[in-house]
Every structure is written in C-alpha cells, then in structure tokens.
Write a protein that binds this ligand. Structure first.
Ligand SMILES: *Cc1c(COP(=O)(O)O)cnc(C)c1O
Ligand SMILES: [Zn+2]
Length: 414
C-alpha cells in the first residue's frame, strides 16, 4: 500500500478516502483542488533516512514511499529527477551573495521540470487501467507527458495553444502523441481538455486539477535538501505560472519537516512575468486567491503565461506560510537574466526557466534577500526549448561574420 492516506479540499477542508474521489472536491467542482495526505510515521518506518542516504536510485523514485503510487507499481524507464545543484560562485560574487546554487531542471529527459509530474501521471493512469491519458499544457507538461507515455507505449492526447514554440511542438510530434493545436489560449485549451476527458473517460493529467501532479513536482525540493546534506536553504526562487511547482515545493518541505529531516521552512519566492502576474498582483493587494479573476496575458515566457493560475490557492499559501514573497519581472529583465545566467554558470534556460533568476537579480537590490543567506534558484526548463527567444537578446552575444581567411580572424579579433 502507498503511504498516501487521503485527500483534503483546500477550500472547505473536507477529507476523502483515496478511492472516494478522482480529482477534485465534489462540493466545489473544478475549484476544489485536493491535497494528498500521508502517514508520516509509516513513511519513517519504511524509509529511514539512513537507507535513503545509501540509495543508488538516482531518480525521483528514490523517494517512492513519499509519492502517491503503489510500492509495487512499475515506473517508466526514462530517468526523471536527480538533476544537478550547482554552486554558482561567480554569479554569487557578482551579486555580493555568499551562497548561491542553481538547480538545473533543464536536464530532465524532455528538458523541463514537468517530467517529475508526468512520470507520476503515467504510473497512476496505469494503476487505474486507463486506456488514454490527456493533458492541456503551455507546452512543457505536454512534452513531458508525451515522452513519458512513449517510454511505456501509453496512448495520449495533448491540448496545447497553437502558438507554442516550434521546438515544443516538435517534441510532441516525434513522440507520436495525438496533438490538438487549440486556436486559443492555454486557458481555452485547459477547459476543452477538461470537457473532453469527462466525455471520453480519459485519464486527466491537468495541472491544478489532478491532485497528484504537485506530488511529483515536490521531488525537486526533496533533492535540493538532500543535495545540501539535509540543511534546508534560507530561500528558494521559482517561476510561477499556474502555481503548481511552487505549491509542490511547499508540500515537499512540509513533508520533510513532518519527517524531521530538515529543521526549518525556507522562504519561497515566486517569480511571475509582469505580463502574466495574477498572483503577484493579488499578493501585493492582499486579495484572497479565490477572488482572482482571469487576466489577458502577454509575455515571452510562454511556460508561465496563465491568465487564471489554476493552482492559485496552493501557490498563495506557499508564499504566505513560508514568509516568502512574489516578484514580477519584465520580458527585458527575463532576456537579460537568460544571458547573465548562461554566461555566469553555463546553464541555458528558456525564458520561463530564467525568470526565477531574473527575480533574484531584482530581489538583491530591493533587500528581499541578505548577502549571507543560502539561496537556491530553480531553473525549470532548457533554453533549447525556445531558441527564437535568444534572437531577441539585446547583445546577441559576440558574433562577427567573416570570410574563411586567417587575416579575417585577425581583423575580427581587433
Ligand atoms: C510549467 C512551467 C513553469 C511554471 O510552473 P507552474 O506550476 O505553472 O507555476 C515554469 N517554468 C517552466 C519552464 C515550466 O514549464
Ligand atoms: Zn471542498
């Protein structure tokens, strides 16, 4: 048996047995997002910290007892998780910080953090005996689901806005998914996918609807704490669209506190694109997340373009309960951050992936972090996902066109 013991509604606190409800609280419909509850005493007995330290499974499945899957369920063969946590000393120095780490989730099999959630979706869909798995996505969740499904031969249907970057569409096509390019926004694709999964009985992986996706995403912070030898950092920067990742980080940290594996809750700093900043705006004005109304969005960071953040309640709680903050960054700041990050530590992030770092660049002068603090910046997706964004960079690097002659090299080096 898994150590997940129930589901609790974020809105009304109603508790359900695992098999009683599939996705959301029946009293609250699509808004009634559920939180998975665990039996921490039995997790401690199954997975003492000493055993984990000796584990050679360098994937998210090293934390299987902390995940909502049956212990005997087979897991997909693609290696998800255990991405590197790099000390970024040169960047730290340039920002007058002492301890800065970059967690690079561009290194996942389909090049974004979404693989962590899609791996859980594939296992749970198989446990449920579903024939088809479906998701709506701004692109990365779709690529992740497509790749993980391909690794086990699981048919799947993908709903994405027709405007997503080419590389993301290429990923969907090559994995053999049924791809529906929705002429509309991500929010439109989301609603359509909900209707279709209800009509056809497909397994629904949608973020901010399927309660198990946050559980997969929390593995990022389990790894961060383990990679820091179970000393939780002081704060973690993460970009926020729907809010599922930041909600997952908060959940993972609460798990670790409950198990006694860490001794404090880091501040969670959620970074939004200024052109898609529903949560930032609500936080700033003290508005309750349930009151947020959809806004029109415009940003180069397509992966965090969400007019109505689906996991807004979890995201707001993550920031408020951890004593963190929301920060908004402009597209220019994101582009600049992509370049500074890549040049300063060798990690190439897509715009949404670098937004977290842009948030740090803004937080330092505004006093949101102190120079002696231990800071982790989570990079959520690879820059190869969206090479067109790079062409918009202010400096475009140092390129010089030359004729194939040595004198031209000499002239160019002047
Ligand atoms: C999905 C995604 C995010 C944001 O995650 P949410 O759970 O929607 O807040 C950030 N960066 C990248 C690269 C993503 O794919
Ligand atoms: Zn409810």
């Amino acid at each position: 048996m898994s150590h997940a013991i129930g589901l609790k509604c974020l809105l009304c606190g109603a508790e359900y047995a695992l098999h009683e409800v599939e996705y959301v609280c029946p009293l609250h419909g699509d808004e009634g997002i559920l939180d998975v509850q665990y039996d921490y005493a039995s997790i401690s007995r199954t997975l003492p910290l000493e055993d984990l330290v000796g584990s050679r499974d360098y994937s998210i499945w090293r934390y299987k007892p902390l995940l909502p899957v049956e212990p005997e369920s087979p897991v997909p063969p693609l290696s998800v998780g255990w991405t590197p946590l790099y000390p970024a000393d040169r960047l730290a120095e340039s920002l007058n910080l002492k301890h800065l780490w970059i967690k690079d989730d561009g290194r996942q099999p389909t090049a974004s953090l979404k693989d962590r959630a899609s791996a859980i979706a594939v296992v749970r869909a198989r446990e449920a005996g579903s024939q088809i798995v479906a998701t709506a996505s701004t692109g990365n969740a779709a690529a992740a689901l497509a790749g993980l499904c391909a690794s086990v031969g699981q048919p799947n249907v993908i709903f994405v806005p027709a405007s997503i970057p080419e590389a993301k569409i290429a990923q969907l096509l090559v994995f053999g998914s049924t791809v529906l390019l929705v002429e509309g926004t991500y929010d439109d694709a989301f609603e359509l996918c909900l209707e279709a999964t209800r009509t056809y009985g497909w397994y629904n992986r949608n973020t901010g609807y399927n309660p198990y996706m946050t559980e997969g995403k929390k593995t990022a912070v389990l790894e961060i704490c383990e990679q820091l030898y179970w000393r939780a950092p002081d704060c973690i920067f993460v970009s926020v669209g729907d809010g599922c990742i930041i909600g997952g980080l908060h959940k993972g940290l609460k798990d670790l506190l409950a198990l006694g594996w860490i001794d404090h809750m880091p501040r969670l700093i959620g970074v939004q694109a200024a052109g898609s900043a529903a949560l930032y705006n609500a936080w700033k004005r003290g508005v309750d997340p349930s009151e947020i109304t959809p806004v029109e969005v415009h940003t180069i960071a397509d992966s965090i373009a969400a007019g109505l953040p689906r996991d807004r309640i979890k995201a707001m709680r993550a920031v408020r309960e951890s004593g963190g903050a929301f920060v908004a960054v402009t597209d220019d700041e994101i582009l600049q951050a992509m370049q500074t990050l890549a040049g300063g530590c060798g990690v190439f992030a897509e715009p949404a992936g670098a937004a977290s770092f842009a948030g740090l660049l803004k937080a330092v002068p505004s006093g949101l972090v102190e120079s002696g603090e231990q800071i982790v910046v989570l990079i959520t997706g690879s820059g190869l996902k969206d090479v067109r964004a790079v062409l918009k960079l202010p400096g475009k690097g140092k390129t010089v066109r030359i004729e194939p002659r040595l004198e031209a090299v000499a002239a160019a080096l002047q």
